[in-house]
Design a protein around this ligand. Sequence first.
Ligand code: T3D
Length: 261
Amino acid sequence: DSDTVLSALEAGVLRLTLNRPDKLNAFNEEMHLALRAGFERARSDDDVRAVMLTGAGRGFSAGQDLGDRDPRKGGAPDLGRTIETFYNPLLRLIRSLEKPVVCAVNGVAAGAGANIAFACDITLAARSARFIQAFAKIGLVPDSGGTWSLPRLVGEARAKALAMTAEPLDAETAASWGLIWRAVDDAALMDEASALAVRLAAGPTRGLGLTKRAIQAAATHSFDEQLDLERDLQREAGRSADYAEGVTAFLDKRNPEFRGR
Ligand code: T3D
């Protein structure tokens, strides 16, 4: 087991904490594998009904560990291969996981660190956090889905400016532009994000997972295709035990007890 990602399951929430604080939680191969293992567990373990991703120390993640990329030490690997081997599988896991993923951005999120935060379902950030498309500073292209998510979330003009200037964006602005859900006081971030994750973990997991699938599919669907998808997914949700429980609880005027099935 690696301690580069701390993992704890409580109240249905798998909390994954990036844990290389001295490097602002920059990604090395070990942390990649540990984080991937966390999301794979989230996919296969029915006791996990939501994920919360955050970082230890003063940063969320500074993206790729550039110490592993020093060209003077022969650290110039085929970046296409490292993206294919490490970043892309992680991003695919986050987006395809049919359970809510809450991200609590506790501090600076740079490079892949920022774009991983934008790929999560509901992202909150401490007011002091900053988002930086740091790639331009070292001659790279935004990855981890950034060139897909940025223009969709903020439009092409802002996406290009963020990506080409690598200017830091504060959490309030990120929220007002629609990059994240909310900026909250630093001291309140962990409590607020945890409470949200616990609430989602007690929710109708199947319905929430299908909701995620539907909203993500809209990016590439026509209106008609999306209506058809809603029909199919509603059919599936309508067969869940949680739907029966939700309606019964409503009619009985009590709170539902969803079991995630
Ligand atoms: O390579 C591939 O596989 C392709 C994939 C690429 C994906 C990417 O993410 S590329 C982008 C890589 N990330 C960056 O370029 C960001 C580099 N970091 C920074 O620009 C700054 O550190 C921050 C703006 C994030 C924060 O600045 P600041 O002033 O708050 O902190 P700092 O002093 O720069 O950093 C604190 C420590 O963390 C420092 O170590 P030290 O001096 O105390 O021993 C610094 O070197 C270390 N650190 C920060 N970022 C990284 C890092 N060490 C290794 N890799 C990092 N990315």
